[in-house]
Write a protein that binds this ligand. Structure first.
Ligand code: ZN
Length: 176
């Protein structure tokens, strides 16, 4: 369950760029100028800062990818993001390497979509939204049984357990 796909950090950083902090939704990509450094700090390989167009495409990709991972939309909604994208083989000393060609301003978004696809193939069903409805984070469940529900057991897992316990105990009081 150690499979790591190329650009997984980029995909996760993108999906997780709208966290809820102390009950308030935040947007780590709100500012085009700060977006590349946010993505880099999350481990994504981003060479250059994002220009306005690339930033806009990336926000669109985020919205669509989040909706697909949430199960709200079928992957078909991602199709417009891949228009004009190509992959070209080059013979190297070891074999064949593929280089990605993307329309101007779409490269970062395309890389995130391709990472989503590789994760869906290599670890089917393991990229999930956190089961805490107050949390807007996504995670890749690499546990052996594949039953992980929380972005973090320490944060959301314990919080939800405490809430269920509270509901149970307050419920029994009503019953009794
Ligand atoms: Zn969570």
């Amino acid at each position: 369950m150690a499979t790591h796909v190329p650009d997984e950090e980029l995909l996760l950083a993108l999906l997780n760029s709208t966290p809820v902090i102390d009950g308030h939704p935040e947007d780590r990509l709100a500012d085009p100028a700060g977006s590349a450094s946010y993505l880099r700090s999350a481990g994504a390989e981003i060479d250059m800062d994002l220009d306005t167009d690339e930033h806009a495409v990336l926000l669109r990709a985020r919205e669509l990818l989040q909706s697909v991972v949430d199960g709200a939309h079928a992957p078909a909604v991602l199709a417009p993001l891949l228009t004009g994208v190509g992959s070209t083989p080059h013979v190297t000393g070891e074999g064949i390497a593929w280089s990605l060609t993307t329309p101007d301003g779409t490269r970062t978004a395309v890389r995130a979509v391709l990472a989503w696809d590789r994760l869906a193939r290599d670890l089917p069903g393991r990229l999930r939204p956190c089961a805490n409805s107050d949390c807007r984070l996504y995670f890749v469940d690499r546990s052996r049984p594949g039953t992980g529900r929380w972005c973090s057991m320490a944060v959301c897992g314990n919080r939800m357990k405490a809430r269920r316990h509270h509901i149970r105990t307050s419920g029994s009081r009503t019953d009794g």
